[in-house]
Design a protein around this ligand. Structure first.
Ligand code: ADP
Ligand code: MG
Length: 343
């Protein structure tokens, strides 16, 4: 006879964590998103052994008050939404209240935070789904530091699927670069095994934006791209469209942001491709870095646990707007040296 059993809570936590924490890079993504949601101006990321040894994310954001620290680690606890209506208008990167709990379920996690109102920071540490302990006082500037050690050490099933240190680190770098291009006003740094991998100072002005894009995507792209901006009713599209000369075989240089959130969405990719239909041959993919902004009520970001996919309320309107904007932008360069539109 087969028996149906209730699983122990630790195992339930590990299973749920699998949705959010696929690899070290997912941890970095979640932690850095939290820093950005907390209004950080600076985010420093430190990684050891491809993230499996250690991941530390430090920010200068608003911090978490002592009495809220244990809740930050509880599953389905968030400060970002409160009602079902809020879910229709999400303006933050996080809202599911799952990341810290999930990460804690599969690692040793230390959370230190200090708000402007407190004279010192408070520290909480737990390992592999322990009970949440009482915070203890420690020295810390305003902001938050989360340290994740021994990722997946209690989850052999997941550990087995991790790649080499180098590969895991390159995923981390990729995620961080994606986030760094979502917030030009924030400074980022990344260290791996005690060595600086890169550093991006805050880039408040438009000229500096292109510099940051050049650091991440190379100078060649920026020099051969149009900076565009189009508005249509509630929709705004801006960003860099690579000229056909920088098109590639792979579609790895099509980065999209919807209301500042990095996404990978089929509708957007198709619309982009359609906009390039007259200037690119069949096997070449456009290179483009694009930002779509619209009323949060017109887009559902709760379509995917990793929040990479979105659903538009008016998909056709969005697709047509993008394809047309891209097509027109490229049309302006086809006949000759007419300047690209300025935002
Ligand atoms: P979510 O981001 O979906 O709300 P998380 O599990 O990532 O869920 O975080 C839980 C809560 O902890 C957040 O809602 C926020 O209040 C707090 N928090 C997490 N990280 C930070 C941070 N770096 N700075 C300030 N608050 C944070
Ligand atoms: Mg979060």
């Amino acid at each position: 006879m087969t028996r149906i059993r209730l699983l122990p809570p630790q195992l339930v936590g590990q299973i749920a964590a699998g949705e959010v924490v696929e690899r070290p890079a997912s941890v970095v993504k979640e932690l850095v998103e939290n820093s950005l949601d907390a209004g950080a101006r600076r985010v420093d990321v430190q990684v050891e052994a491809g993230g499996v040894g250690l991941i530390r994310v430090r920010d200068d954001g608003i911090g978490i008050a002592r009495e809220h620290l244990p809740l930050a680690l509880a599953r389905h606890a968030t400060s970002k939404i409160a009602t079902a209506e809020d879910l229709l208008q999400v303006r933050t990167l996080g809202f599911r209240g799952e990341a810290l709990a999930s990460i804690a379920a599969v690692s040793r996690l230390e959370l230190i935070s200090r708000t402007a109102a407190e004279p010192c920071g408070w520290r909480l540490a737990l390992a592999g789904g322990d009970e949440i302990p009482e915070p203890v006082p420690v020295a810390h500037p305003r902001g938050t530091t989360v340290t994740v050690a021994d990722l997946f050490h209690s989850v052999p099933a997941r550990r087995k699927f991790l790649r080499s240190e180098r590969t895991e680190f390159s995923h981390i770098q990729h995620f961080l670069e994606r986030l760094a291009l979502s917030r030009f006003d924030v400074g980022f740094s990344l260290r791996h095994n005690q060595r600086e991998a890169w550093k991006l100072p805050p880039a408040p002005g438009e000229d500096q934006w292109s510099q940051r894009v050049a650091v991440v995507w190379g100078k060649e792209f920026v020099e051969q791209a149009l900076l565009i901006e189009w508005n249509h009713g509630p929709l705004r599209l801006w960003g860099w469209l690579g000229l056909p000369a920088v098109a590639r075989r792979q579609g790895d240089r099509q980065w999209w942001y919807v209301n500042g959130r990095p996404v990978r969405d089929k509708l957007l990719l198709h619309a982009l491709r359609h906009g390039y239909r007259d200037v690119l041959g069949g096997d070449r993919q456009p290179a483009a870095l694009l930002y779509l902004e619209l009323d949060p009520a017109l887009v559902d970001v709760n379509a995917h646990p990793a929040k990479l996919e979105v659903r538009f309320r008016e998909p056709r309107q969005v697709r047509d707007f993008i394809a047309q904007s891209v097509y027109r932008s490229l049309g302006q360069v086809r006949p000759g040296p007419s300047p690209p539109p300025k935002p």
